[in-house]
Design a protein around this ligand. Structure first.
Ligand code: GH3
Ligand code: MG
Ligand code: MG
Length: 170
């Protein structure tokens, strides 16, 4: 359990960094592609504000479950921070990472969460980065995924953007 986020059952932040260091080493040795996808729930603060923190927590669990269903066995889902997740996808090129991200994005928006007598539709924004030969630390890769994610937010949310600004949206 030392590797797991207690709320969502995904990898915790420390275990994510350990995994990324291992995968980056494999990438360096074998030259495989390595994609990192960061995603962040859209307007999550307003979910907490309208429905309360407990419902917010259920939304986090729901998002983790929906995402976990869409990924392949070789991909790993981690909780990076409050309402931010990271998907580590080894042997995945940019187009595949874009497709994977978009699958998760669409699954989320289709799979509304029943809350009281309503259905709560949750969306998220995604940033995709690919490892480069000169990357030495997980932070470098995560930083580029975060910048792409920020660009996806700025462009209107509920979309996927790669570090070189390829985009998919509704
Ligand atoms: P944006 O679309 O720009 O991402 O807007 P946002 O509202 O999702 O982003 P913001 O950073 O303003 O708010 C994030 C909120 O997530 C604030 C914080 O209280 C909430 N949060 C972080 N961790 C948890 C948690 O474990 N449980 C709950 N219920 N809320 C959390
Ligand atoms: Mg958010
Ligand atoms: Mg956030």
């Amino acid at each position: 359990m030392a590797h797991t986020d207690p709320l969502t059952g995904t990898l915790n932040r420390r275990a994510l960094f350990d995994l990324l260091r291992r995968e980056m080493e494999r990438h360096r040795r074998h030259g495989h592609e390595l994609a990192v996808i960061m995603f962040d729930i859209d307007h999550f603060k307003s979910v907490n504000d309208h429905y309360g923190h407990a419902v917010g927590d259920s939304v986090l669990q729901h998002v983790a479950q929906v995402a976990a269903k869409e990924v392949r066995g070789t991909d790993t889902l981690a909780r990076y921070g409050g309402e931010e997740f990271v998907l580590v996808a080894p042997e995945t090129d940019k187009i595949q990472a874009l497709q994977l991200s978009d699958r998760v994005r669409v699954a989320l928006r289709l799979d509304a969460l029943p809350v009281r007598d309503r259905k709560l539709r949750v969306t998220a924004s995604f940033g995709v980065a690919l490892m480069r030969a000169q990357d030495t630390e997980p932070e470098e890769l995560l930083q580029r995924a975060d910048e792409a994610l920020y660009a996806a937010k700025a462009a209107g949310r509920d979309r996927v953007m790669t570090e070189d600004l390829l985009v998919t949206s509704a």
